[in-house]
Design a protein around this ligand. Sequence first.
Ligand code: HEC
Ligand code: HEC
Length: 144
Amino acid sequence: MKKHPLISALTAAAIVLGSGFAVADQAGNVKSLRNDPIDATNRLDEVLHQQSGRVARNYRQQPPLIPHTVDQYQIDLSANQCLACHDWTKAGERGAPTLSMTHYQGRDGEQLDEVAGTRWFCNQCHVPQANAPALVENEFESSN
Ligand code: HEC
Ligand code: HEC
């Protein structure tokens, strides 16, 4: 098939433009996302690992911090893998702390056998912790 002359001209223009960009690259206009030159070794920020071991609460009503990893535990509309260990029906055999009574209390104070909908998304209140520098100043003091 014979190429239309316009297409050949466009292709040639694209090649010229492309090599133009390549020259610009070498001139050092391209930077990595961390703003390092592209031939420099990428430096990573220090990885702050999650603290393990139970952490004392800072105030009486605090949702306790999670002392184990959570990235493998799915929580969505139909599944909650935290319950496989923490629900009152499983906690004994799994050696995990049982959800307290407040997690089985309905909106109107009624006692439920299954975890309350208001407590379904555990990580809304419970989070793991790392010993990382504070992102913003925090002057919190616990009440006594
Ligand atoms: C494989 C079982 C297992 C699963 C799944 C699991 N946990 Fe745990 N969890 C434990 C055990 C065991 C402990 C106690 C650890 C200890 O004493 O050091 C614990 C401790 C905790 C504590 C601390 C309680 C306290 O009083 O200090 C919280 C909060 C917690 N888990 C939340 C969660 C959440 C949220 C999920 C889901 C994202 C989850 N866990 C999934 C086994 C599990
Ligand atoms: C709306 C916030 C909230 C949600 C959602 C929530 N919790 Fe809690 N949780 C708390 C608070 C506050 C406490 C401490 C006071 C209490 O027991 O009610 C607590 C206590 C706990 C404890 C310690 C119980 C004890 O007696 O030592 C565990 C374990 C726990 N939660 C796990 C979970 C898991 C797993 C989920 C998800 C199914 C979940 N929580 C959802 C707020 C929440």
